[in-house]
Design a protein around this ligand. Structure first.
Ligand SMILES: [Zn+2]
Ligand SMILES: [Zn+2]
Length: 226
């Protein structure tokens, strides 16, 4: 077995416990060194986005306060990993270089967290048709495995520029890039949005507004990195 990121051989030995546990044996996809370079967030911090730079648990960080002022509500978001150098490089290879195999690095872990949330509808953030043509896949959907998601969110034809190529200022003021394809399906439902990276929250709030307007019961979100 080789590490998906650095191609080093991974030594993996089944223990007797593994063999007799009758559980599915999950082969590692990363070597120990690559695995260590990714850092999980703990579940404390800002009540909205989970960021723990406020010093006080469960108070809202400055960004989330801005969203609350703007919309009158804030999104309960959970980001699994820190957006550190290793994660940036991973995203570069997976998303921008389009190495589809790399979805396997976080697929199980993210899917588990997504399935653990109490939601009636799981909705991945879509990519534009232009991105779909050049990249060939939606990186969020690629990270989901055995997740019963619904692609009821679409993109407007005019939303061409990727979030990652914008400044923070530009990101906060962008126009609504999404359309909700079947608003009647979300009435009184608990919605879970899934994205790859949470930066300012702009993308997820754009999506969340549409579900709120359509009359969903609750809405939350999960991302691989934040
Ligand atoms: Zn490695
Ligand atoms: Zn926050």
């Amino acid at each position: 077995m080789e590490c998906l990121l650095c191609n080093k051989r991974i030594s993996f030995q089944l223990s007797l416990k593994d063999i007799f546990s009758f559980r599915e044996i999950i082969m590692p996809v990363l070597c120990a060194k690559c695995k260590e370079s990714f850092v999980r967030w703990d579940d404390h911090g800002c009540a909205g986005c989970g960021r723990n730079n406020t010093g006080k648990n469960s108070s809202l960080c400055a960004d989330c306060q801005t969203w609350k002022k703007l919309y009158g509500w804030y999104l309960h978001h959970r980001g699994l990993y820190r957006y550190n150098e290793a994660m940036k490089e991973y995203m570069q290879r997976y998303k921008f270089n389009g190495d589809y195999r790399l979805r396997e690095v976080f697929q199980r872990e993210l899917s588990k967290v997504v399935n653990e949330q109490k939601a009636d509808l799981i909705v991945p953030i879509p990519v534009t048709s232009t991105t779909m043509q050049t990249r060939g896949f939606n990186q969020v959907v690629g990270l989901l495995r055995e997740v019963p998601y619904q692609s009821i969110l679409g993109t407007r034809a005019s939303s061409k520029v990727a979030q990652s190529s914008k400044t923070k200022e530009e990101r906060l003021t962008t126009k609504q890039p999404f359309i909700l394809k079947s608003p009647e399906e979300v009435i009184n439902k608990r919605i879970l949005l899934v994205d790859d990276v949470y930066t300012t929250g702009r993308t997820l709030y754009h999506a969340a507004v549409l579900f709120k307007q359509a009359g969903c019961k609750e809405i939350g979100s999960v991302s691989l990195a934040r």
